[in-house]
Design a protein around this ligand. Structure first.
Ligand SMILES: Cc1ncc(COP(=O)(O)O)c(C=O)c1O
Length: 404
């Protein structure tokens, strides 16, 4: 058993204990749980804006002020009030990956020209629908996509999503790599790139952008790898005559574990500066995780506490299907009690209400005795959670709230 301490690794100005109560976005979380019920996602608009501003400032610090743009990857979280809020910050456009995402972004105030579209395995119907949006920018990720878009929009400008055969992502997590040793479906490889340019030329398409997104969740230790990825990708830029912009994808990560070093954006700027400061190129970045993940909490109701053999279990009223990242990608969401006291901490495993072996929120978290607690919060639930939810076991219900 360990004594409670108030200086948990995840605490920050807008998420911390105040009077022994968890406080988030200016509110006591216990009050939010009472008001909203559980399971509920609560998002801090102030944190989302602060995250966007931090990326904007890092681009400026890289010497890219006035020639760089942010496109928020809405696959991370498409909650309509959140998207409307993001639109009104004026800090970014949208990275969309399906016709329905485009429609939804438009309904939240974005216009087609705010949207950069990058997807994979589009059907003829998808292409036809997308071609109707004047101003939407299409990144083609395959020869097939160039052909289809060329037929529908001959003479237009496109981007090509390339695959540099090197990737970046959270350390030791292959599931978060989109490019690397293993051949993936994402983007056009070097050996087909000339064919891609020729195909584009046949349709009069001008390839004005090179796009790459090679992995997710990178932190400071992976910045050397980012440097390498960009070096490889610039070979594609140098092989194309019409390219005016480069989209370096998303992938900027946030800490999930006490030992994670958060991403140092000053060092990120230095990498971008090295590659782009001297080049006459517009630079785009399309983060999802970094913008929303740490701006969201998932509030859960406690269902039971029970010792089984060597493990103390705490059950909660929602399972992995409403926030699948911990189960699918092995990215744990730290459970956090809503109130703390001087009682000792015990290793506790937090589990959900789905009959699947992978329905484990967190193994061996140090938590106080939760017998008297009604709720528990999971941090980092603001991205790739509600947007990936399913109703497996007919238990997909949850509420979402945007806080100031
Ligand atoms: C093409 C593309 N861009 C951007 C993103 C956003 O990535 P992240 O949320 O890791 O920043 C993704 C995520 O899958 C993606 O596939």
């Amino acid at each position: 058993m360990v004594q409670v301490h108030q200086h948990e690794w995840w605490q920050r100005d807008d998420l911390h204990y105040q009077n022994n109560q968890l406080h988030f976005a200016g509110e006591y979380v216990q009050k939010l749980a009472h008001q909203f019920g559980t399971p509920s996602f609560v998002y801090s608009s102030a944190r989302v804006e602060a995250n966007l501003i931090r990326v904007r400032q890092a681009l400026d610090a890289a010497g890219l002020a006035g020639r760089s743009s942010i496109f928020y990857a809405m696959k991370a979280n498409r909650f309509a009030p959140l998207l409307r809020f993001i639109k009104q910050t004026g800090l970014c456009g949208i990275d969309a990956c399906s016709p329905n995402e485009v429609k939804h972004a438009l309904s939240c105030g974005f216009s087609p020209s705010d949207i950069s579209f990058t997807a994979t395995s589009l059907s003829q119907q998808d292409f036809a629908e997308l071609a109707r949006y004047e101003g939407l920018f299409m990144d083609c990720d395959s020869l097939h996509a160039i052909r289809r878009w060329g037929e529908l929009r001959p003479g237009s400008e496109i981007g090509i999503r390339i695959n540099p055969a090197v990737g970046i992502g959270r350390a030791c997590n292959d599931r978060l790599h989109y490019a690397g040793c293993k051949t993936t479906k994402f983007g056009i490889y070097q050996e087909q790139f000339m064919q891609a340019l020729e195909l584009a030329a046949q349709y009069g398409l001008s390839v004005s952008k090179i796009h790459f997104h090679t992995g997710c969740g990178y932190l400071t230790p992976e910045l050397e790898q980012l440097d390498h990825v960009i070096t490889e990708c610039m070979k594609f830029v140098d092989a194309s005559s019409d390219v005016r912009s480069v989209n370096i994808g998303g992938g900027l990560g946030i800490p999930h574990l006490p030992e994670d070093q958060s991403l140092n954006l000053e060092q990120w700027s230095i990498v971008l500066n090295k590659h782009f400061a001297h080049r006459d190129l517009h630079i785009e970045v399309e983060p999802g995780d970094y913008i929303c993940k740490d701006a969201g909490l998932l509030l859960l109701g406690k269902t039971y506490v029970e010792q089984k053999r060597d493990t103390l279990f705490v059950g909660v009223d929602a399972g992995f299907n409403i926030a699948p990242e911990p189960a699918y990608y092995g990215l744990p969401f730290q459970p956090v009690p809503l109130q703390i006291d001087d009682s000792p901490l015990t290793l506790t495993t937090v589990v959900g209400n789905i009959n699947e072996a992978l329905d484990v929120w967190y193994e061996n978290a140090l938590l106080p005795n939760l017998a008297q607690h009604d709720y528990l919060a999971l941090i980092n639930a603001g991205a790739y959670s509600s947007s990936m939810a399913s109703n497996h076991c007919m238990r997909g219900e949850f509420n979402e709230f945007l806080l100031a």
